[in-house]
Design a protein around this ligand. Sequence first.
Ligand SMILES: C[S@@+](CC[C@H](N)C(=O)[O-])C[C@H]1O[C@@H](n2cnc3c(N)ncnc32)[C@H](O)[C@@H]1O
Length: 282
Amino acid sequence: MPEPASGQDPVVAPGVDVSRPSIARVYDAFLGGKDNFESDRAVVRQILRIAPELPAWTRENRRWLARVVEWLAREARITRFLDLGSGLPTAQNTHQLAQRVNPAAKVGYVDNDPAVIAHGRALLLENANTFFVPADFTTPDQLLADPVVAGLLDRPVGLIQALILHHVEDLDQTRELVRRYVEALPSGSYLAISHACNPRDGSEPALLATALEEKFREQFPSLRFRTPAEITSYFDGLELLEPSVVRLFDWWPPGVDHDETTAASLSEAAGQILYCGLARKP
Ligand SMILES: C[S@@+](CC[C@H](N)C(=O)[O-])C[C@H]1O[C@@H](n2cnc3c(N)ncnc32)[C@H](O)[C@@H]1O
């Protein structure tokens, strides 16, 4: 990863506390973005000492998101997308991916980070089919009642929960959140999840995941990695598409050529850190 530039901090948007790291800005720094501050970059430096491959994972997460959104828009003919915990805008955001396939596709973003909210407002100006809702996704009743979110539920939706569910510490609460959102979606909708994984089986990948989890939790105490079985349980009652719940690198939609380049560049342990899946609501 290019070392985040120091001494070139971006303008501070209202409500943004730069003295403490935010996960949205730390993630932006991993992606090589410019919307981060020294408090965020200090976390990045500590994490890189444990897992120098993490930037490759964050980039792969965005590539996975692109594969999912393009497949949903093109093959599944999904015209509504709800991206919970959207993060700071980067290259190839959900609305750009979906609207490249179908300019009429409507995309709603939700995030509660002040820096993301400031950028989200700017995103709103881009076109009439892109929306941003500044909200906490852990209060589904409130969020589902929001006119923008409610307005997206008139047709099958692609619900994206990319690298957000592991910010809720309690597994049962997280499962219940997923269940509430899925319950609100029309039949024929899809649920896409990517998630930090810890197999917790004493293996080398588990030791690496535990070291990462502990370091992240020093700053973000609610963060919780989950086992592949726990991640799979979010999809209960849904039709999981092949290849089911797997490493991000191993998830490719039907008919799309596998690119093994990134996976081949990672160690076996680092290769296990992020898992994902896509399922259809019957
Ligand atoms: C690691 S980033 C992932 C961004 C994007 N989904 C992606 O995969 O590229 C996690 C995002 O979730 C947001 N987030 C965390 N907890 C949240 C909450 N309770 N409500 C809304 N957003 C939240 C953070 O602000 C951050 O932007």
